[in-house]
Design a protein around this ligand. Structure first.
Ligand code: PEP
Length: 251
């Protein structure tokens, strides 16, 4: 039985003071919760506060970044490396979110390079994959997922697969209020797991956690999480409010 992971992606929201306020409200709400792993991915500038607050908590919560550069210690103004994230107390990092692919032109090969850098630094990656609406309507969802996974997993050894979590995020469901049905998500998860089996072997693929992301809310979390193939959630908008994210964690 795979332990579920409920992860928050705060995107470009919350100052350090707002992040601290969130944790002070949220942590008591989920005190004692051990059923699932909880991860919060704030903007870079909030990582220090997030790490400080979760270390005071009675439960283990991961802190992740939303992006990482594949390089380290070189002339790349404005970038942050995987060893820096690890040193700052991060346990996780989101890689290849559709907003990075769409607005920052991140390619499958760059996702692969970032994933390798994150693994080398000892971070757990949440690798995002998913089709846009035109691809779904053209019947290309499986092809897109196969390509994204094959490229992301390239040249990564089977024993490194435990540092990988995948988030299936159909782009048409992100921030739109449209949620994939648990059945539709499960179909996509099976395609992803099959690609993981090709890359890493059956045992590693069986242990791979595949999260669903796309308009997860307190109202739909339980039905999505009841699906055996869905190993957790990556939550954007509904993770910004402590009450709403706590309700999702406790689905
Ligand atoms: C996300 O940002 O990864 C996401 C799934 O956003 P939302 O929950 O707002 O759709």
């Amino acid at each position: 039985m795979r332990k579920k992971v409920i992860a928050a992606n705060w995107k470009l929201y919350k100052t350090p003071a707002e992040a601290r306020e969130f944790f002070r409200a949220f942590l008591p709400m989920i005190s004692g919760h051990t059923r699932d792993e909880v991860v919060i991915c704030p903007p870079y500038v909030d990582i220090y506060v997030a790490v400080e607050e979760v270390r005071k908590s009675d439960i283990t919560i991961g802190v992740g970044a939303q992006n990482v550069n594949a390089q380290h210690a070189c002339a790349l103004t404005g970038e942050i490396s995987a060893p820096m994230l690890r040193a700052a107390g991060c346990t996780h990092v989101i890689i290849g979110h559709s907003e990075r692919r769409q607005f920052f032109h991140e390619t499958d090969d760059l996702v692969n390079a970032k994933l390798k850098a994150a693994i080398a630094a000892g971070l757990i990656s949440i690798v995002c994959v998913g089709e846009v609406i035109e691809e779904r309507e053209a019947g290309l969802t499986e092809d897109v997922l196969r390509r994204q996974c094959t490229r992301a997993f390239a040249e990564i050894a089977a024993d490194q697969a435990r540092a990988i979590t995948v988030a299936y995020e159909p782009v048409w469901a992100i921030g739109t209020g449209k949620t994939a049905t648990p059945q539709l998500a499960a179909e996509a998860h099976r395609v992803i797991r099959a690609q993981a089996a090709e890359a890493f072997g059956d045992e590693a693929a069986e242990g791979l956690r595949i999260l669903y992301g796309g308009s997860v809310k307190p109202e739909n979390a339980a039905s999505l999480m009841a699906e055996e193939e869905i190993d957790g959630a990556l939550v954007g908008g509904a993770s910004l409010d402590p009450k709403s994210f706590a309700a999702i964690v406790k689905y």
